[in-house]
Design a protein around this ligand. Sequence first.
Ligand SMILES: [Zn+2]
Length: 102
Amino acid sequence: MKQKKVPLRKCVASQEMMPKKELIRVVRTPDGEVMIDLTGKKSGRGAYICGKLECFKLAQKNKALDRALKCQVSPEIYAQLARDFASVEEEFLAAKDSEDNE
Ligand SMILES: [Zn+2]
C-alpha cells in the first residue's frame, strides 16, 4: 500500500512543523494586501500559522508575519487579522473536527 505523505508547513510563530491542514494561511496578495486565506488557493506570498489565536498573538509580538511575508504588516492589519482569526478559529476547528470524524 502506498503511504500518503502529509505535507508539512512551518508555523511562523512557534516554528513547529505541522500538517498543512492544521495551519491557517496568511497571504500577501500581488496588490500588497495581507489577509487570511482559508482556501489556501489565493495567489501571493503565503505564511502559515497554527490555527490558534495565541500563535497569532506571538507572531504579532515578534513580527514573525512581517518577516515571513517580507513586508511591513501594519498594526491595522494585525488588528484586522486578530478579529478575523477569532472568528475563523471556530470555523476552522469545526471543519477539522468534521474531517476527523470521517
Ligand atoms: Zn504555531
